[in-house]
Write a protein of this length. Sequence first.
Length: 69
Amino acid sequence: MGLLNAFNEWKATRNEKYITRMQTENKCPDCGGRGYHIYPPASEFIPYDNTFDCEGCNGTGLYSDWTME
C-alpha cells in the first residue's frame, strides 16, 4: 500500500502545483484559459467544430470566474 499512497500523494502535489500556476496566470484550470473545450469528432461525417464552453469558468477562461463556482 505504500506505493499506492506515494502515487496518490504525487498526483495531489502535481494538481496543487498546476492550480497554483493557473492562479498566478489568471487562467481557468479546467480549460487552460481558452474558455472552451474541443472534443474530437465521433465519426468522420461529423464536422470538426465540436467546441463547447467551459463549465468551470462559463467560457471566460479566467481563474477568478473558476473560483466563483
